[in-house]
Ligand binder design. Sequence first.
Ligand code: C5P
Length: 220
Amino acid sequence: MVRVLVTAGPTREPIDEVRYLSNRSSGRMGYALAEAARRAGHRVTLVSGPTCISPPAGVRFVPVTTAEEMRRAVRRVVRVADAVLMCAAVADWRPRTRHRGKLRRETRPKPLLRLVPNPDILAELGRRKGSRTLVGFALEPGATFGARGPLAGRLGPAERNARRKLRRKNLDWIVLNGPEALEGDRTSAAAIARDGRVLVFRNLRKAALARALVGLVVGK
Ligand code: C5P
């Protein structure tokens, strides 16, 4: 039994009391990973941004909204985790200020959104990795997984970026996805290991991909 922390979904970064910055993550891949890990007999905590799906049964569920909240929850749970699957699409930026009330169309001067960077939660974990298995996900718009895809022997920019993230964040694995992973139920992916191994999964349902990934990176 492995203690697994999975993060999923988008984060929301408030602009005012009714609006936010976010991204198109549905949370499906992360929820599928949590479910697959639980079914494999592991003890699973799922830290999730807002999604429209119900958390799998048997999983400890920690809902969060902003990247800062996700960071706090992750730092708490990671102390008792052996493996971290960081699938959340954390917003890279947040508005520097949150307006009170609702910004109005008539507001003058016209509002200007000033952004500040959010913490890179996974990179922070990578700096205090210990013996934990750390897995990141990289959505690379140019990633293709056909015969001439990133794994045909020649590094494409998508694979090169993913490998750079693997090194920079001190990960054991990075899972490279194309943009078709967003919101859909099927996806292709490549799992790239620190030790150079590469496994490609083409056009699988997210549940099937999740089972394969859990078997690969978490094990029994
Ligand atoms: O650098 P990029 O955002 O593409 O890296 C993706 C990986 O890093 C994902 O695993 C994501 O969950 C994680 N991440 C994070 N905190 C951020 C941005 C990304 O943990 N602020």
